[in-house]
Write a protein that binds this ligand. Structure first.
Ligand code: FES
Length: 450
């Protein structure tokens, strides 16, 4: 076949037809079509996760296929997509990333620890109307009533005259420390909301809060879709460096996922996305760089230098978040290239370093961090953690998604496994693996062989 020739691939079961360049790596060709396939090793052929099943046109199995797939699976048409090129017309089923975590929200009690200070205020004001003896401009009238000379974004300022005259000069002013964010007719002073976001390497978690009293209203979580380009931060940095527009692709994926989670929360609670005026974001430095569209190209090699380390404040529209466009987005500061703002948030929440005590803080995620506080002195370090258990180098390893064995028990010599989603097992995740190796000596021989 000619090099620039295309081959028709039918995606089952929906029978969607796509044309892929003959000779291109199948995993990469599918990604370019927006089809995300779990691929923790990013195509290195070492994780065995990027499975597709050929209904028709299966290529000859490779040694790599045989390493991860048994003879029945190979006979059924399963192959590892990263190990094959597009050869000709075919029909395939995808093993896509599934298993969104979903924590249904409910109004919680206000945050512990007294008053909250989100840095956003809402004030209901009644202004005196103009007259022959009071010809002050609308904005001057508002600023003098507010007692502060704050700037107003032009799109918001344009609405001021009609808001005042249609509502007998009563309005709500929503402001940050140094800027008026929004003007609304009448009293909406209790309708200001904030979102807290933790961008994990594997999982993204979002929380919706009332900013007036700090009540938590909803929680939503999901897989970080960047996982299809590698389970760990190093693989993703490599993808961003090696692929043209790779960093932008990774940014778009995480921002889209965040907007979906935010939409889910505001719909569940019944408020408008435009009523969200504050977003606080934490995560490890690589995740935050990728969220901002900043190439973290110097983080993965000595001397491990991030582009940003201190906190950053920007507008929601700059970050691409679908909340009020001028909402404040605050990125908390990190400690170093591998100890991120999620750990800083944990230290603040746990009030570490303020007591005359020795304290230890552990965050065992895909990256694992440890902070030791001795009085007011703190020491922090980090290491890769999750992928060691969930995919990389464990032949049947996988993330905690549907089909993962997450509990293993042996009682009276009987082996019992619990599978996430109650489906047929297709792998084992970190908690299942730890369960399996933690069985007492007098139980059956080791369960896991690799
Ligand atoms: S992505 Fe194909 S084996 Fe890991």
């Amino acid at each position: 076949m000619e090099e620039d020739e295309k081959a028709k691939l039918t995606i089952m079961p929906e029978k969607r037809e796509i044309l892929l360049p003959v000779g291109e790596n199948l995993l990469i060709a599918l990604r370019k079509e927006g089809l995300n396939i779990l691929s923790p090793c990013d195509g290195a052929g070492t994780c065995g996760q990027c499975r597709v099943r050929f209904e028709q046109g299966a290529p000859t199995p490779t040694d790599g296929d045989r390493r991860f797939l048994n003879s029945q699976e190979i006979q059924d048409g399963w192959r590892l997509s990263c190990l094959h090129k597009v050869e000709g017309e075919a029909a395939i089923y995808l093993m896509t990333q599934t298993g969104q975590l979903d924590a249904k929200g409910q109004k919680d009690s206000p945050l512990e620890g007294g008053e909250i200070d989100p840095g956003i205020d809402a004030h209901f004001l009644q202004l005196s109307p103009p007259g022959q003896d009071d010809q002050r401009a609308d904005l001057l009238r508002l600023r003098e009533r507010l007692g502060q000379e704050l700037p107003v974004p032009l799109p918001v300022l344009k609405r001021l005259p009609s808001i005042l005259r249609d509502n007998e000069f009563s309005l709500t002013v929503i402001k940050a420390e140094k800027e008026i964010l929004n003007l609304l007719p009448n009293d909406h002073s209790h309708e200001i909301y904030g979102v807290a976001i933790d961008i994990g390497t594997t999982t993204i978690a979002c929380y919706l809060f009332e900013l007036v009293d700090g009540c938590q209203l909803a929680v939503a979580a999901g897989s970080n879709p960047q996982s299809t380009f590698g389970a760990d931060v190093i693989s993703r940095i490599g993808y961003g460096r090696e692929q043209k527009k790779g960093s932008e692709e990774l940014r778009r994926l995480v921002v889209d996922a965040l907007n979906e989670l935010i939409t889910r929360m505001v719909q569940e609670v019944g408020i408008k996305r435009d009523a969200v005026y504050k977003v606080t974001v934490v995560g490890n430095p690589t995740m935050l760089h990728l969220f901002l569209g900043i190439d973290p190209l110097a983080i993965d090699h000595s001397p491990y230098v991030p582009v940003i380390q201190n906190g950053l404040t920007l507008r929601a529209e700059e970050a691409g978040l679908a909340v009020f466009p001028f909402a404040r987005v605050e990125i908390l500061p990190a400690v170093s290239a591998y100890v991120g703002s999620d750990i800083v948030a944990g230290i603040l929440y746990a009030d570490m370093g303020t007591k005359d005590a020795i304290e230890l803080f552990l965050d065992i995620g895909t990256n694992g961090e440890v902070v030791l506080a001795v009085g007011s002195r703190m020491f922090a370090c980090s290491t890769a953690a999750g992928p060691a258990f969930e995919g990389a180098s464990i032949s049947q390893g996988m993330s905690a998604l549907d089909g993962a064995i997450h509990r293993v028990t042996i009682e009276d010599g009987e082996l019992s496994c619990s599978v996430l989603g109650g489906k047929e097992a297709r792998g084992i995740c970190g908690s299942g693996l730890l369960d399996a190796v933690a069985t007492p000596q007098n139980r059956t021989p080791p369960l896991i062989t690799d």
